[in-house]
Design a binder for this molecule. Structure first.
Ligand code: UT7
Length: 400
């Protein structure tokens, strides 16, 4: 009996979306007992983005998805399967992927969410690849989208400084051309189950006045344990994927790691004996966007010219569960294709249908609303305290 042949898979599209509102370390200094110096030296994060009240995980995911579809040169209707990774869905049901399907104007795809926390995008990528390889789909959309700022405890300085909002997406397509081997590694270690968790709201502890009073609808984390897991696992998961692709780490041109903490990324570089310029970092601008972190970083790395056709790249993530995942693949798409996507798809043109006769509460946490409503502080060097009305002082004296 002949072996069934596997359909080849290529990454053909990529796109990202970040909300425009910036929450800086200086803003956080006004909310909790922290400092820009502490946050930058311990994490590398300088600012993160916050979704506006009208935005949701689905709306951000839909913008990133349409940009990825544009980059792939496809129409939304060409997509056969939509997988959306998130730990902050719009609702418990339906899936956020279903909302995105309608928002992008696709009628034929089957759509579902995957939940593997910050590793979710890599898990979704692996799932979509398997569907295409099996001949069950031609074009798959994989989205990582998160609206974490609505699930943070703004009295807990060890977590609220880390996370931000955003979305990234890729399109995977069946290809008739031969494709270099792709290495995929996924791991799950449930002994880490309660290291990063959101205690209430599920069937174990349904929402109640008590769970709200106890702050159990916000993310909790054992930072040091998570840090230990991350530094141990990211390098080994990346290496396993590299091995499955048939390479050694010296063959790798660029690693796109989960953007959680620059010290974790430095530890991965050390563990793999690679210089830091082989690891892409953009967490200074976005903080940790969980499942959106890798696809946002991937899209930015490619659009910034860090990836060429033929480059061997690895993306690798870790997260609650504990989970980890890595994909090692040779880049084949023209990097220039993604650079027009932001202008081609404007967020204001993308709508997620709202339910009839139902108004959600104001979704912005009060602590954040207060900070975001503030007039912008004057730059420190501009001391206007002793400025009095009168004749302006001439900088250049007129020539006589
Ligand atoms: O996607 C996965 C998500 N999670 C992660 O990636 C988290 C991984 N862990 C980390 O990135 C780091 O553990 C943190 C950034 C969370 C914390 O850094 P750390 O170097 O491990 O600090 P620590 O928890 O050991 O805390 C050191 C000190 C403590 O004070 P004491 O007990 O030494 O007096 C904390 O209370 O720093 C204090 N601290 C802060 N100080 C100022 C904790 N958070 C802050 C803060 N500002 N925001």
């Amino acid at each position: 009996m002949s072996q069934p042949t596997q359909q080849s898979v290529k990454l053909t599209g990529w796109g990202r979306y970040a909300p425009s509102q910036v929450l800086s370390n200086a803003d956080l200094e006004r909310m909790v007992d922290t400092s820009d110096e502490w946050i930058v030296s311990r994490t590398g994060i300088r600012e993160r983005r916050v979704a506006a009240a009208h935005e949701t995980t689905a709306s951000m995911g839909a913008v990133a998805a349409l940009r990825a579809i544009h980059t792939a040169g496809l129409q939304p209707e060409d997509i056969d399967i939509i997988i959306l990774a998130t730990l902050t869905p719009d609702y418990w049901m339906p899936s956020t992927a279903a909302l995105v399907k309608e928002a992008i104007g696709n009628t034929k795809a089957f759509a579902f969410d995957v939940m593997a926390a910050c590793s979710g995008f890599v898990y979704g990528y692996a799932t979509a690849s398997a569907y295409i390889q099996a001949g069950l789909a031609k074009h798959a959309l994989v989205i990582g989208a998160e609206l974490l700022t609505r699930f943070l405890d703004y009295t807990d300085r060890s977590t609220c400084i880390l996370f931000g909002d955003g979305a990234g997406a890729v399109v995977l397509s069946a290809s008739d051309e031969p494709v270099s081997p792709v290495g995929i590694e996924l791991t799950t270690e449930p002994q880490g189950a309660y290291m990063i968790w959101l205690p209430a709201g599920g069937s174990k502890s349904p929402p109640s006045p008590e769970t709200i009073a106890r702050g159990e609808h916000k993310i909790r984390m054992e930072g040091r344990e998570t840090y230990r897991f991350a530094t141990r696992t990211l390098a080994s998961t990346a290496l396993a994927a590299v091995g499955k692709a048939g390479w050694t780490q010296d063959d790798v041109d660029l690693i796109i790691p989960h953007q959680a903490n620059v010290r974790i990324i430095e530890a991965v570089a050390k563990g793999l004996d690679l210089p830091m310029d082989k690891l892409y970092v953009n967490l200074d601008k976005y903080g940790n966007t969980s499942a959106a972190s890798v696809p946002i970083a991937l899209a930015e790395a490619v659009n910034e010219g860090r990836v060429d056709v033929g480059d061997r790249i690895v993306f690798v993530a870790f997260g609650a569960g504990f989970t980890s995942g890595a994909v090692a693949m040779e880049w084949t798409a023209d990097p220039a294709r993604g650079r027009t996507a932001d202008d081609a798809v404007r967020p204001e043109d993308v709508t997620v249908r709202a339910p009839i006769d139902w108004d959600s509460v104001d979704p912005i946490p009060p602590a954040l609303a207060e900070i975001l409503a503030r007039p912008l502080p004057l730059p420190a060097e501009l001391d206007l305290s002793d400025v009095v009305p009168g004749e302006p002082e001439l900088v250049h004296q007129p020539t006589r």
